[in-house]
Write a protein that binds this ligand. Sequence first.
Ligand code: SF4
Ligand code: SF4
Length: 308
Amino acid sequence: MTKAITGQVFHIIHGSFVDGHGIRTTVFLKGCPLRCLWCCNPEGQQKTPELKASLSRCTFCGNCLNVCPPRAIAITSPAGEKKIEIDRELCTNCGKCVEVCYTGALEIFGEIMSVDEVHRIVAKDREYYKRSGGGVSIGGGEPTLQPRFTYDLMKKCQADGIHVAIDTCGYTATKLGRQILDEADLLLFDMKGMDDEDHRRQTGVSNRIILNNLARVGEMGRPIIIRMPLIPGFNDSRQKIEDAARFLSRYKSIEKIHLLSYHQFGTIKYTQLGRPYPLQPLAAQGADELAAIQQILESYGLQTQFGG
Ligand code: SF4
Ligand code: SF4
């Protein structure tokens, strides 16, 4: 018997309108090679499962304390107010506490699923895809970090007539990772900036591999939507936007640039995962600044839209 190909999945969302064309089912995979300072999906960064604690839901029933093998949970009352505390150094993310937490205060991000299991779930939405021109989007995290799983899931969906979009940071140097980018029906490709030094400081990795991959799929004429987060003071100066526009305008298969304006919606997730938020709060761009960015990109013949 052949072994089933499995992956670490942390979320499946039905009915998304922002992950490609039409109505989509989006599969989120664990693990990302980048550490963008502004990341709003920190639950996707680590490859392994992670305990999330929404402590406002805790009723202090104490169930979790009794089942935690390494005794990583404690109820404390530092300033007379009860608090549940998780020692992340001790926690092994085993998930035993989640099974007895009936309020939903504790959850585990990350579940091992097979290609067939995920395919069965996403195929149920086939009618929505047909009617809306939608399909499945595979993101994360970074889907090329689980290349075998992502490739097999993509091929199984495509063989079944389901359109597949890959939401990628573009940082992959493996043969199978590149094949995923080359054979996807649509790429939702993140573009964080052209300056390599900036890129290293802000994401933890060089942008060389990313830009080479983008250039390759652009030259192949693969359908691409660029996603560009606009981080105040990081990648939004006139010069930096012009550099990006000059590069992107070479590739005619880029359908659109989705501009993602700065927000801090992910901050709470860092607290829930017991991690500090890596970026000091920044003042978001005003409407005039955003319009100027859009105008620069469009002056290079690129189509833009905010959101998505
Ligand atoms: S996930 Fe396991 S180790 Fe971590 S707090 Fe819960 S029971 Fe304890
Ligand atoms: S089981 Fe859930 S609700 Fe009960 S103390 Fe633990 S975290 Fe709080």
